[in-house]
Design a protein. Structure first.
Length: 475
């Protein structure tokens, strides 16, 4: 029986190998007989995709979209859709709108929606996004999330909340329909961003209590949850629950969150101490921030200016960070750790690493004009993918440096404001100066929140629910 099972497994593998070789052979025949006719490029791309050569198929799809007529053909759209699903949309986002408009593939319409969204053309973006989810395509949750984001930007908060709820339902439906790990991760992240989209819209509408409650709907096991603690802290700040704000922020000191970096955390911490008239605490936060980051930030700015748009360089430092490399600049390491820890970077980087297997496969092929054409196309595609990754790292560093600039400005304001308020307090003889640092009576909590004494115990799942018990020194 064991011998029969082994033989069956061998035959199954052999049959798959024959089918794969047949696809590659068919692609080769199509190319050699019709190399000058772009009409056959989708068929070539389809056979290459059947063989798992998705990146090798990209040049044929791009060329067809650039040179062909309108390609709103269902069978061709399916080919384009399958390839974009495997390699991601970044490879196609650089194509002009005129080329993308030739296809009705839902993944292409979603790329168009993103391009219009980034250009601030929200009406066009909504139109394209609706074409995606009207077809109940797997990209439906992503399109609904974009629609909710557009409504939020347009201050149509009720519509945003309703759309985010639809997004959650759509994501749950598609999560149950797939076993692909990468697709599951993307759907779960999108679902969770839609969950927090609801309190974000409520916060923007000034409904701080509702936002405070709905932030709790996000599971702490979510990939998204760590970055949301900061938003919860701001919600508590606007509710004047300053001790809960400080409790949320102290969570980021946990080693578990060493990969996260947000300079605005320290701004909110200093601002909270200032609102509680705890001048010395606010001053310590400000001084520590300048001492820790001032020189390192200058070094990073100089590096960005010197390197410019050398995307290969940024790919290399991103790759080095993924592999655990570090430098003498802790701020740079923190920024790069945050950038490469992002799910978008992870998807691009993983796809790039997987594409290397295609090179090995091509190297084993016999010499031919088909092999030479595939090699040239794949090389250009992989360089483009590498540069996309490098551009993403550079953009991430630039964005974080903008945050640092805002943080330094904020710290300067807080420093001056603390001096002014402290001076005013000196002349206010009725001001209360309380030297007691903490008291249980200063705690505020809702019915959803519990007080835990921590008598020798520690609950890991309570991360993010800490609260200080400081008394305000304000009058």
């Amino acid at each position: 029986m064991k011998r029969i099972l082994v033989t069956a497994a061998f035959l199954s593998t052999a049959l798959m190998s024959v089918a794969v070789d047949a696809s590659l052979s068919k692609a080769k025949d199509l190319f050699e007989k019709n190399r000058r006719s772009v009409k056959y490029y989708p068929s070539i791309a389809k056979e290459l995709a059947n063989d798992g050569l998705y990146f090798s198929a990209i040049p044929f799809v791009k060329e067809y979209m650039m040179r062909g007529q309108s390609i709103k053909n269902k069978s061709i759209d399916i080919v384009i859709d399958s390839i974009i699903t495997e390699v991601g949309g970044k490879q196609f986002e650089t194509l002009p709108k005129s080329a993308l408009n030739k296809s009705n593939a839902p993944s292409v319409r979603y790329i168009l929606a993103k391009k219009y969204f980034r250009a601030g053309k929200y009406t066009r973006a909504l139109s394209e996004a609706r074409k995606v989810y009207s077809a109940d395509h797997p990209s439906k949750p992503f399109a609904l999330f974009m629609e909710g984001s557009i409504y939020s930007l347009q201050k149509k908060y009720k519509s945003a909340v309703l759309t985010y709820k639809k997004c959650i339902d759509a994501a749950e439906d598609h999560i149950g329909d797939t076993n692909d790990e990468d697709r599951l991760r993307q759907l779960k992240i999108t679902r969770d961003y839609c969950i927090v989209g609801i309190p974000r819209a409520e916060f923007a509408a000034g409904k701080f209590k509702a936002a405070h409650s709905h932030y709790m709907d996000l599971s702490k096991s979510s990939h998204v949850w760590p970055e949301i603690i900061f938003e919860e802290a701001w919600t508590s700040f606007y509710l004047k629950d300053y001790n809960r704000t400080l409790g949320k922020l102290v969570t980021y000191k946990a080693p578990l969150f060493a990969y996260l970096f947000n300079p605005e955390i320290e701004i909110l911490r200093a601002l909270t101490f200032m609102e509680m008239c705890l001048w010395s605490d606010a001053k310590v936060v400000v001084n520590d921030f300048y001492s820790k980051y001032s020189r390192q930030a200058t070094s990073i700015r100089n590096e960005l200016d010197r390197v410019g748009k050398n995307f290969k360089y940024y790919y290399k430092i991103g790759k080095a960070r993924v592999e655990g490399a570090s430098s003498s600049n802790q701020l740079k390491d923190s920024i790069l750790k945050a950038v490469v820890g992002d799910s978008a970077f992870g998807e691009m980087y993983q796809a790039f690493q997987q594409s290397r297997a295609e090179l090995e496969k091509l190297n084993k092929m016999r010499k031919s004009s088909f092999k030479r054409s595939l090699a040239i196309g794949l090389r250009d595609t992989l360089i483009h993918q590498r540069n996309l990754i490098g551009a993403y790292v550079r953009r991430g560093m630039l964005d974080y440096m903008k945050k640092m600039d805002r943080a330094f400005e904020g710290m300067s304001y807080i420093k001056l404001e603390v001096l002014a308020r402290r001076k005013a307090a000196i002349y206010d003889l009725d001001v209360s100066i309380n030297q007691k640092r903490g008291d249980i009576n200063n705690l505020q909590r809702t019915d959803k929140q519990y007080f835990w004494t921590f008598n020798g115990e520690f609950w890991a799942d309570e991360l993010g629910d800490y609260v200080f018990s400081l008394k305000s020194n304000c009058k």
